[in-house]
Design a binder for this molecule. Structure first.
Ligand code: BGC
Length: 738
């Protein structure tokens, strides 16, 4: 495997603000993340985030109400592992530092940085930092710091310790996307010996605990105050490691002895091994554009860094790169990030779905709180499964999360045929969400016919709230009803009596089918497009005089009710349903819908542009597809949303993979046929990528006039493969050329 464009450097990013660089160059492994803080000046809000390690605080409402979410859940910002103090042996501290070069190697996961350090008195030295996070051994992080004389060439004292910051609470902000106040945890630090420090942190309300260790890897060196002499003008290197234990119950302090890794190079080998696996499974090459190639590699890298791998954690909206959105998991996972895992790394996809499954009991309780007598309602935003959305119109009202999760279960099953997962977890999730829709919706009799409707919901577009019959919600709920019938059939074929264990029989399945057939899908006969909801099209458009760039994102400038009065969308909504169900509408209708909704969409949400790119590709507008794709692929590298400092836009990173795969290569699966279509724009001379479907790894290779699909490992697929509308056979040649 020849890997090109796998190095991200300072030159590749548009912004040099410290907080921005901390996010972009953060390292993570699904368990914990280390922001790339300046090791000398640090960051007052610290730099380590542990997936699922959080604190709660009561949500204070001016006027509360029944069923309102009760508690904030906030990921904790823990001390910076990278920090160290450097001083001359005469006591002059190197307090100023300038980051002069950075290189993130996406094939090994190592981060190399160069700094120039300066004392108040003007003495300078150079410092190189190499750091890496364990990817198989996910408790470890390690770093080496090398010092070379500058205009100062004397003795140095280097000391490193986990320092508990005095002020670790987030600063309150009017931006709802930023993190909120969380109670400070209880921290204890102790030196086990001169080379090893223990840090134990306990939360006050969630009763979680983590034990971490900071240790010295350089033989005979001390953590606190190691003398070095730069007089020989050689580089002097000190190596350190940190161990971050699992999130556990309180009163469990792990013993220290076993926590030493052998060397930094062993940790780099561990990380390289993991990344080799990732690139082997999911390498994507975009020919003709190195910048884009690098961007997509970076996005895949960050997706893998962010995803919780243990089935108890998930992917936060900002991953482990920042504390924006409080470390919460949203529908972003199922609809934007999971597809990458579902099609390249099924065990990971299963773990992410399993996380949802273990929140099912809380989802059942939540449905009851919301006055729905049967079924389950998953939390809109959460860490522990409880609803943490303090603003229900753009939170709990997004009931569509239920159908999104069901959809993701269906997609996972469609290509894995993992009936065990369905029997153990998946069926129950799809059944409980279908039951929710059944009991949440209402029949509406119109003359002789009747239809099944869903009232007072918010669809994906958060600029339109509490409406009736949101097309996206209704379409996904319809699919949820259909899916239960499909999965029931799959189970029955293998285990004829098993369905009774789930408390359903033929009459229930008939009822779900009837509901699926009658879900109302709003359509405007005038415009000949699907209607976003019952009232959207009749509202006035967002006023032109409030449309200059400084008014965006609207959510930071207008009261929600002002926004809700208008026909304005934050993100793809009806079009998102069109992308998910390509066979629902003709290309002509898609074009009409696209033109219409594009005109009223602000893309204030980072979840929007990838979908516009996919659909533009599908409807034969490669220029537009490419334009949206560029914004998607490089969103955080160019700080497009201007808030990358708070963390990466993980859903968009997943969306950029989708834009290549579902957009430019037209991938979707329907009725056991895997479809591809060549929609490459002229700016991309070639696109190759891999995906795993059932037991076979396929390689897809597109260029302007050629489309190859080949089986590179595993059996010849038994499912159908269609390229540009023709069913092809991979059986004979194991590859297809258009
Ligand atoms: C979007 C939501 C998304 C959330 C977290 C919001 O701005 O409108 O769709 O789930 O961000 O990424």
């Amino acid at each position: 495997m020849i890997l090109r464009d796998y190095h991200l450097t300072l030159r590749d990013v548009s912004d040099q603000q410290p907080e921005y660089l901390e996010t972009v160059f953060s390292l993570a492994n699904g368990h914990f993340g280390v922001r790339a803080n300046d090791p000398i000046s640090g960051n007052p809000i610290t730099g380590t985030l542990i997936n699922g390690f959080y604190e709660t605080a009561p949500i204070t409402y001016g006027e509360g109400g029944v069923g309102y979410a009760q508690k904030h859940q906030t990921i904790l910002n823990l001390p910076d592992l990278r920090h160290l103090n450097v001083a001359t042996n005469t006591g002059h501290r190197f307090s100023e530092s300038t980051r002069t070069a950075v290189d993130l190697d996406l094939t090994t996961g190592t981060l190399d940085e160069q700094y120039e350090l300066k004392t108040h008195q003007g003495e300078t030295i150079q410092m190189a930092v190499k750091s890496v996070i364990g990817q198989n051994q996910t408790s470890f992080w390690g770093a080496s710091y090398s010092f070379v004389a500058g205009n100062y060439a004397g003795g140095l004292l280097v000391s490193k310790a986990i320092a508990v910051p005095a002020q670790a609470e987030a600063i309150p902000s009017a931006d709802p996307r930023k993190t909120r106040m969380a109670g400070l945890p209880v921290c204890e630090t102790a030196f086990i010996n001169q080379r090893l420090q223990r840090y134990h942190v306990k939360t006050r309300t969630t009763k979680q605990a983590v034990t971490a260790f900071l240790g010295m890897l350089t033989p005979n060196a001390k953590l606190l105050q190691q003398p070095l002499d730069l007089g020989d003008r050689q580089a002097h290197t000190l190596e350190y490691e940190a161990y971050v234990g699992e999130v556990g119950e309180q009163n469990t302090i792990d013993p220290a002895a076993q926590f030493m890794i052998s060397s930094l190079s062993a940790l780099i080998a561990d990380s390289r091994d993991f990344w080799q696996g990732v690139w082997h499974r999911s390498e994507v090459t975009v020919g003709g554009n190195d910048e884009l190639n690098l961007a997509i590699h970076y996005n895949i890298f960050q997706l893998n860094q962010a995803a919780g791998r243990d089935g108890r954690t998930n992917i936060a909206a900002k991953g482990l790169s920042g504390s924006g959105y409080e470390g919460h998991y949203f529908w972003d996972t199922e609809m934007y990030m999971l597809p990458y895992f579902t099609y390249t790394n099924q065990p990971m996809a299963r773990q992410l779905l399993y996380y949802r499954y273990q929140t099912l009991p809380k989802a059942r309780e939540r449905a009851r709180e919301m006055g729905v007598t049967k079924g389950a309602l998953f939390a809109w935003r959460t860490i522990n499964g409880e609803e943490a959305s303090a603003y229900f119109p753009a939170g709990t009202a997004q009931y569509h999360i239920d159908a999104d999760i069901a959809y993701a279960v269906g997609k996972y099953y469609e290509i894995t045929r993992d009936l065990d997962f369905i029997l153990q977890c998946g069926f129950e999730m799809v059944l409980e969400t279908a039951r929710f829709w059944e009991n949440f919706g209402a029949w509406h009799q119109i003359g002789a016919s009747s239809r099944f409707e869903f009232h007072t919901v918010t669809g994906p577009d958060e600029y339109t709230a509490l409406v009736n019959n949101n097309y996206y919600t209704n379409r996904l709920a319809k699919h949820n009803f259909e899916l239960i019938g499909y999965l029931a059939n799959e189970i029955r074929q293998r285990y004829p009596n098993k369905l009774a264990d789930f408390g359903i029989g033929p009459a229930d399945l008939e009822k779900f089918q009837k509901l699926a057939d009658h879900v109302y899908l709003p359509y405007s006969a005038d415009l000949q497009i699907n209607e976003q909801d019952d009232s959207f099209l009749s509202k006035p458009r967002w006023p032109a005089d409030k449309s200059t760039p400084e008014n965006f994102p609207l959510l930071l400038h207008y009261h929600p009710l002002t926004i809700y009065r208008y026909q304005v969308a934050k993100q793809a909504d009806t079009l998102l349903a069109d992308y998910l169900f390509p066979e629902d509408l003709s290309v002509d209708q898609l074009k009409r819908e696209y033109d219409y909704y594009e005109g009223v969409t602000t893309h204030d949400s980072s979840l929007s542009r990838s979908i516009f790119s996919i659909l533009a590709a599908r409807m034969g507008d490669p220029e537009k597809a490419y334009k949206y794709f560029m914004d998607t692929a490089r969103m955080d590298l160019v700080n497009l949303q201007k808030n990358t400092a708070d963390g990466l836009h993980l859903a968009n990173l997943g969306g950029s993979w989708l834009a290549l795969v579902a957009g430019f290569s037209g991938f979707y699966v329907q009725d056991e046929v895997v479809h591809f279509a060549n929609h490459l724009p002229k700016e991309i001379s070639r696109l190759t990528y891999r995906m795993k479907i059932a037991a076979s790894v396929l390689e897809i290779d597109l260029s302007a006039d050629k489309t190859f699909v080949s089986v590179i490992s595993g059996p010849i697929p038994t499912y159908g493969v269609s390229v540009n509308g023709d069913l092809i056979s991979l059986a004979k040649s194991s590859s297809y050329e258009e």
